[in-house]
Design a protein around this ligand. Sequence first.
Ligand code: ADP
Length: 448
Amino acid sequence: MRPTELYSVLAHQDASAGIVAVLIGAAIFAAVMLIILVLISRSIRELRRGAERFAGGDLSQRIAVKGPLQLADLAESLNIMAGQLADRLSTVIRQRNELGVIHGSMAEGVLAIDHEQNILSLNRAASVMLSLDATDAIGRSVYEAVRNAEFHQVIQQTLDQGTAVAGEMALNAQENSESNASSDRTIQLQSALLRDDDGQRIGLVLVLHDVTQLRRLESVRQDFVGNVSHEVKTPVSAIKAAVETLIDLPGSDDPDTQRFLQIISRQSDRLAAIVDDLLSLTRIEQAGDGGLKDMESAALWTVIAAANETCQAGANAKQIHIQTECDRDVRAQISAQLLTQAVVNLIDNALKYSDPGTSVLMHCEVLDGEAVVSVTDQGRGIEPKHLPRLFERFYRTDKARSRELGGTGLGLSIVKHVAEAHGGRVSVDSTPGVGSTFRIHLPAGSSS
Ligand code: ADP
């Protein structure tokens, strides 16, 4: 073989070997890539399955990814996220359970409604009081679920006024027949608006408190006081009559006898006054409970004029001048007889606790939607510490002085009950040594 031929054969062999080597290299590369791709796709599948498990709420298992670094990092991050989610979820569940237990074991009923007045939640006590099946009631309109006008009124007032409202509702035995309640019940209601973090209204919550027992006891107390006063009234009248006869009886003019008879007479007068005031209080309380019967729209100046007339003699005797100031168009729904009694009590006190030569002003006006009757004196005034308890039964700032002046300690309590029986309230301002102003606030009626 010639050298050129040999060279050509060798060159040919070299080229074949190179091609084979390239092919083998390519095959190995393809195999490695394939393996990597398989590994990546397996890891991605594993990741996807794990993410789906987490999304489905199963946070107990972790994703096991041993693939490429970035995927393993991603899996690790997902596992950490799942761990944190599981922790938070268990905290939320624990808190919800705690809240549920507290909510469920409360004696007060709690009912929440959304901004469309559909029931959001209610606890066991509320469902018993309102005879509602808790699961069935949720999502229903509260107006449809609880058919009670007073209940609706509290909700409506809360929404209209945008403030907390208190009220009371009566549930009769039929209305709550599904519950264990076998008789009529009285439920006290307290509402509050629910607002989100931005202060937007999202609904309201109502707290229900069964005050049936309390109201029954109050009624027993009222009856008791009324009955005792009735029973005491007759013997006291008999004692008074007997003492007056004895005082005038010939032969009883011995000074000691006269002194003792006068004491008995004064004390029986006092007892008679207390019995009369207690009976008045009981009557006003009982009348107020069922709503006053003899209510009519009247101008308040008529009440002021009647009270003025009643008190004129006492005022003259003490040389105190009574002034009256009242717009003729101030009107309210009133029981004229009861309101006159209350104003007379206020003037009576003004005269009792003021010096001769001073004056008493009776005034009436409409203020902030209320018809206000006030009695202002220039008397000795009352120290601020007494003001919060002044309208309580038998509360006196100076017991001896009150008794000396013939007070029973019930006058202001009667005034307060009369105001409340009218759906109103009382207030007082006083400065020791300067004088006092007592006010009766009533819901104003339309002026004619
Ligand atoms: P009383 O029969 O003792 O007057 P009230 O219930 O009418 O009972 O009044 C309670 C107490 O309030 C009185 O004992 C007196 O101390 C005080 N009080 C009431 N009105 C006045 C007044 N106008 N000025 C000063 N003190 C008053």
